[in-house]
Design a protein around this ligand. Structure first.
Ligand code: SF4
Length: 160
C-alpha cells in the first residue's frame, strides 16, 4: 500500500488499456464447470473445498457450461465419451479455457495405447494448461490454475 497511499484522496484519473481491464476482470473471476470424470476429480474437489479454497481467487464451481469459463478435464476420455466432452465444450461461451488434469487427460495415462481411450483430451478439444501427475495434488492443480490466470492476463482482446 505504501506507493499508492494518499494518491487517491483527491479527485484523480486512472488510465489503462481495455485489454488490461478486461483481462484483470476475467482472470479474477474464473468460474469452472462442475464436471468430474475419474479419480482426479476427487483432487479437483479437494482443491475447491475449504482447505485450499479457490473461492478466494474468485473461482467458483458453476453447474452450467453456459455460465462457466473453464473446464477441468479430470480423468481419461473414452472414445464413446469424447463427443459428450466436445458438446459440453461447445456449449460454453467464449472466452473459454481448458485444463487437462492428470496423466490420463494429458496422454491416456495408464490406458496409454488402449483401443477405447483417447490418447489425450487435446485430440478432442484445445487445451490451455496441462497439470501433470497421477493424480496431481491440489497444490499442482492450484499452480496450474494460477498459470491459467497468467495466460488470461496476457491475452489481446479483439473487438469486432
Ligand atoms: S491420472 Fe491417475 S488419478 Fe487421475 S484419473 Fe488417471 S488414474 Fe485417476
Amino acid at each position: 500500500m505504501g506507493y499508492l497511499e494518499g494518491k487517491f484522496n483527491k479527485p484523480n484519473l486512472v488510465t489503462l488499456s481495455y485489454d488490461k481491464l478486461m483481462n484483470a476482470a476475467r482472470s479474477r473471476s474464473i468460474w469452472y464447470l462442475t464436471f468430474g470424470i475419474a479419480c482426479c476429480a476427487i483432487e479437483m474437489m479437494a482443491t475447491g473445498a475449504s482447505h485450499y479454497d479457490l473461492d478466494r481467487f474468485g473461482m467458483f464451481f458453476r453447474a452450467s457450461p453456459r455460465q462457466a469459463d473453464l473446464i477441468i478435464i479430470s480423468g481419461w476420455i473414452t472414445r464413446k465419451y469424447a463427443p459428450v466432452v466436445k458438446r459440453i465444450y461447445e456449449q460454453m461461451a467464449e472466452p473459454k479455457y481448458v485444463v487437462a488434469m492428470g496423466s490420463c487427460a494429458i496422454s491416456g495415462g495408464h490406458c496409454y495405447d488402449s483401443y477405447n481411450v483417447v490418447q489425450g483430451v487435446d485430440k478432442v478439444i484445445p487445451v490451455d494448461i496441462y497439470v501433470q501427475g497421477c493424480p496431481p495434488r491440489p497444490e499442482a492443480l492450484y499452480r496450474g490454475l494460477l498459470d491459467m490466470k497468467n495466460v488470461i492476463n496476457r491475452e489481446t482482446i479483439v473487438v469486432k
